[in-house]
Design a protein around this ligand. Structure first.
Ligand code: SAM
Ligand code: SF4
Length: 329
């Protein structure tokens, strides 16, 4: 059985972008109220006395946009300095990254994933919800800053959207040739957004690989923190190419992760909320961390039975109402 040792922690559900596949403009999103967010202290208590003792020792900070979390540097520092933290990483849209990259590194963050769906400022702007063309440059500056500072591996996440950015697959893959950048192509998931992209569907990873293979060839490879990605490399390239194929392949049997939402719900699966535990309310009601530990241990035991496919087997289009920013992607 897979060892579940990885926790994705959503620091905030808000975001400064409105990516059409995640927080479509005009969508009714019920934001978590400030007083409902887990405080830094509550999060650190859960890490130290609940998650780490049950074996969850590798953490990824995400959101919404994690860099919008107040005092994020202090929080990164506190999590990095817990003696049992084995790995700490972050997924960010990169918009606020350039001036923060060095401080994040100094605070103890070593691995970072930055979303970059396009190399073209106009397409990028269209994807992020028409927030202004200048945003692409600011994200690009964030990527360069993270590279200079020494984040390793530095991964770039690309959600491939048919008819929007799929023509850039080769250009994005080419970023891995001269630099140790790791580009990961993510199959677009119609969650909370089916009305926008439902008709265009999604492009299977194998089709993306074929396009790249035809141009350069591809060999199998490895990179630290693969997670569910299948990793390949253009022969001779410095970086790698990852493919996250949650639509075309079921990797539930390889799943090693749990998710903590910004308001303190612990969930065993991205799209199946069976067994979820409201840890924040429990903490605020004075339930002991020893009791919570037992609850989490039990949830870990039943996790293999809670998965993506079995949630709704008839739902072949995979349409869900919660968006990634709400789940904590
Ligand atoms: N705001 C940060 C960012 O964009 O990197 C972190 C949170 S975001 C929800 C985490 C990842 O989920 C991003 O790489 C984003 O592209 C991906 N994502 C969001 N909605 C998605 C969808 N519908 N299908 C596939 N990936 C999605
Ligand atoms: Fe924000 Fe990330 Fe969602 Fe885009 S994908 S809207 S950047 S949370």
């Amino acid at each position: 059985m897979n060892q579940v040792d990885y926790l994705r922690i959503s620091l905030i559900d808000r975001c400064n972008f409105r990516c059409q596949y995640c927080m479509p403009e005009g969508a009714e999103l019920d934001y978590i109220l400030k007083q409902q967010l887990l405080t830094d202290e509550e999060l650190l208590t859960l890490l130290e006395f609940v998650f780490i003792p049950v074996g969850l020792t590798r953490f990824r900070l995400t959101g919404g946009e994690p860099l919008l979390r107040p005092r994020v540097l202090e929080l990164v520092g506190a999590i990095a300095s817990l003696p049992q933290t084995q790995d700490l990483s972050m997924t960010t849209n990169g918009f606020l990254l350039a001036p923060m990259a060095q401080s994040l590194y100094n605070a103890g963050l070593r691995r970072i994933n930055i979303s970059l769906d396009s190399l073209d400022p106009d397409t990028f702007n269209q994807i992020i919800g028409n927030q202004g063309r200048g945003r692409w440059q600011q994200v690009w500056d964030g990527i360069q800053a993270a590279y200079q500072v020494g984040f390793n591996p530095l991964k770039l996440n690309v959600v491939v959207i048919p008819g929007v950015n799929d023509r850039e697959i080769l250009d994005l893959a080419a970023l891995t040739i001269d630099k140790q950048w790791h580009v990961r192509f993510i199959e677009f998931m119609p969650i909370g957004n089916a009305h926008l992209f439902g008709d265009r569907g999604w492009i299977p990873s194998e089709e993306i690989r074929q396009r790249i293979r035809y141009r350069w060839g591809l060999t199998e490879s490895q990179v630290c923190g693969n997670g569910p990605a299948d990793v390949f490399q253009i022969p001779g390239a410095q970086g790698t190419l990852g493919f996250i194929s949650q639509m075309s392949e079921c990797f539930c049997d390889r799943c090693n992760r749990m998710r903590l939402s910004a308001d303190g719900w612990l969930r065993p699966c991205l799209l199946n909320e069976a067994g979820q535990i409201d840890l924040k309310t429990a903490l605020r009601n004075g339930i002991s961390t020893a009791h919570l530990r037992e609850q989490v241990r039990k949830l870990l035991e039943i996790k293999p039975e809670i998965n993506f496919k079995q949630r709704d087997p008839g739902n072949t289009k995979g349409t869900y109402t919660r968006t990634m920013s709400q789940i904590g992607g």
